[in-house]
Design a protein around this ligand. Structure first.
Ligand SMILES: [Zn+2]
Length: 361
């Protein structure tokens, strides 16, 4: 894998608001960290086991584990950073390997937290969930329009459409999705992690080709039978993150902040009032062999699980859709600066708003 470190740094003077109208900071250093960047292996990586999370949270020290190995022998890694509270958050990058900018955001977040910024939430970050697929995308990084690396094979189901039935626990012995298809290994690592860790909030980092749809979105939480628990604070959290990005000059057009702010993804069903049944979209995109159909992480994680084997509350689920698949290193000149700034602002939205003491569950 290509090893290129921070290739471009630019000190930037900027005033951004924290989503609540207060000024946060004036200096932002723009750093471009390529998706292929590998962090130096100073600390030893431990193989993941369910007891490890408890140890991490007790020790309150940053740590790292290998969740497992991919088909091509790459590691799927998870980083832990302690928070000042006992609350737990999870951040996932690269569920779609083609969305390299999402991996850049996740890796920069690891960098920011490694430098000592202490969040309110304890956080586990999986920067690149499908590293085999991302590696295919990296080989084609100059071809801006293609979607290489989204799917593992020509027949594979969309990685974000292979979750278990909402309301049901993930079972490593029966790792099947809502339509009875086997869940890919990388997603099994993730689902096991969520089941063991039980985060109260999750950010799933994605990127979108249609840049007019870029923004920060929330899934409506429900009980295990699918009845709505209320969307207002989920929406407020997403809008606060989007406001921070926009106030710094970043792009979140899908949130429509200047007219009617929204945290609802454009093709998701309307949110149901508290206590009423919440419709979910299991159809995704129309693709051959129904590979675009299934339960998304958003639908599964934001639904409570009441199975005896894996009870947990509904998690707040924020889906980040960064404008454009490419990492900042794929652009030149002013476009590159604009992308780097945007990445930095998306990172700040996660580290300062999402991981901060805001709308606590
Ligand atoms: Zn995606």
């Amino acid at each position: 894998m290509k090893k290129s470190a921070a290739i471009l740094t630019l000190a930037f003077s900027l005033t951004i608001l924290n989503g609540f109208g207060q000024t946060l900071q004036n200096d932002i250093a723009l750093v471009s960290l390529e998706p292929g960047f590998e962090f130096p292996h100073e600390e030893k990586s431990t193989a993941y086991s369910s007891g490890l999370l408890e140890e991490w949270i007790k020790d309150k020290k940053s740590a790292k584990a290998i969740l497992g190995y991919t088909g091509e022998g790459r590691t799927v890694e998870a980083y832990y950073f302690p928070g000042s509270s006992d609350k737990k958050a999870l951040v996932i990058g690269g569920m779609h390997g083609s969305e390299l900018s999402s991996i850049e955001i996740a890796k920069q977040l690891v960098e920011v937290l490694s430098e000592g910024e202490r969040p309110y939430y304890n956080v586990v970050i999986v920067p690149s969930l499908f590293p085999d697929n991302a590696s295919k995308a990296m080989m084609r990084v100059t071809k801006q329009k293609d979607n290489i690396g989204r799917y593992t094979t020509e027949e594979s189901v969309d990685p974000n459409r292979q979750m278990p039935q909402p309301g049901k626990a993930f079972s490593p012995k029966l790792p099947f999705d809502i339509y009875g298809r086997i869940i890919e290994k990388e997603n099994q690592f993730l689902l096991q992690l969520i089941q063991d860790y039980s985060p109260s909030r999750i950010v799933n980092l994605h990127a979108i080709k249609d840049v007019t749809k870029a923004g920060i979105y929330a899934d409506p939480r429900t009980d295990c039978d699918g009845y709505a628990l209320g969307f207002s604070t989920d929406s407020s959290l997403a809008i606060s993150m989007a406001s921070l990005i926009e106030s710094g000059g970043g792009k979140v057009p899908g949130n429509n902040l200047q007219q009617t702010p929204t945290a609802l993804y454009y093709n998701d069903p309307e949110t149901a009032p508290v206590g009423l049944f919440q419709k979910r979209n299991f159809l995704g995109s129309a693709m051959p062999n129904s590979r675009g159909y299934g339960a998304s992480l958003g639908g599964w994680a934001s639904t409570a699980v009441c199975d005896e084997t894996g009870q947990r509350d509904a998690a707040r689920l924020i889906t980040v859709e960064f404008p454009g698949y490419q990492p900042s290193s794929a652009y030149k000149g002013e476009d590159r600066m604009a992308c780097m700034l945007n990445v930095q602002l998306y990172v700040a939205a996660v580290s300062k708003i999402f991981l901060g003491e805001n709308f606590i569950e």
